[in-house]
Ligand binder design. Structure first.
Ligand SMILES: CC(C)(COP(=O)(O)OP(=O)(O)OC[C@H]1O[C@@H](n2cnc3c(N)ncnc32)[C@H](O)[C@@H]1OP(=O)(O)O)[C@@H](O)C(=O)NCCC(=O)NCCS
Length: 206
């Protein structure tokens, strides 16, 4: 099993693991306080509970899964996409408390991880509001970026952020992402159909 605890993240080396090996088991990541792990059907209630909080979806382009059942379907579709090597869907828990409190999704901007050298990777993330402002997402994304750097070594990771989402822009800036521009009317909200501008934030890795 791939376990980032064995890596010295200060080292500049990359690890040569084939994409088949990388996707043979779910790549769990442990950080100082957190466990980034695979989500399962039993996480559906928790996933629904935090998406049901309007604070979480305020700056997103959807309102989240409509029920615990929809959350279960969503988790299964993420896990299916992982099996197809199109996406890595981590659930965030505290190390000593397995309850799901957030997600980090990493995916190629187009195609699958097998096409790693052709396409940038895109990051998405959400956290339960009672855990905001404790440095949790900074720690989770650092773990994911270190993992990506060592095992996937893309040249670029990017994120799409609605410009009003100052928490997300600050978080990414702290991690070294730079805003490259504003994509005008780039997303249509799934429910309201409002057109949203998007700030594109990117981290170059080489
Ligand atoms: C964005 C989000 C993941 C941040 O998670 P978090 O764990 O609270 O972030 P951190 O505690 O690691 O904070 C990162 C930085 O952002 C700052 N920050 C957090 N909330 C902020 C806010 N509302 N306004 C301005 N800065 C903010 C923090 O102070 C911190 O900077 P600092 O270390 O200099 O103090 C969380 O607010 C969230 O889940 N929001 C809803 C979903 C969402 O918007 N997802 C991203 C879509 S692009």
């Amino acid at each position: 099993m791939i376990d980032v605890r064995i890596l010295n993240m200060n080292e500049e080396r990359v690890v040569d693991v084939s994409i088949e090996a990388l996707f043979s088991t779910f790549p769990k990541i442990e950080t100082e306080r957190l466990m980034l792990r695979q989500m399962e059907a039993m996480d559906a209630m928790d996933l629904h509970a935090f998406y049901a909080n309007k604070k979480v979806t305020k700056h997103l382009d959807w309102h989240g899964p409509a029920s615990a059942a929809d959350s279960g379907t969503l988790i299964e579709s993420w896990n299916q996409a992982f099996r197809e090597r199109r996406l890595i869907p981590w659930g965030i828990s505290l190390r000593e408390q397995p309850q799901l409190m957030g997600t980090v999704i990493l995916m190629p901007t187009r195609g699958a991880f097998d096409d790693e050298h052709r396409f940038p990777l895109t990051l998405g993330y959400d956290l339960r509001p009672d855990q905001w402002n404790k440095g949790i997402m900074t720690e989770a994304l650092r773990g994911v970026i270190d993992f990506t750097k060592h095992y996937i070594h893309p040249n670029r990771i990017q994120a799409e952020v609605v410009p009003d989402n100052q928490a997300s822009i600050k978080l990414l800036s702290k991690l070294g992402f730079q805003q490259e521009g504003l994509l005008r009317q780039y997303l249509m909200h799934e429910v309201t159909h409002k057109l949203l501008d998007v700030a594109i934030m990117a981290l170059l890795m080489n």
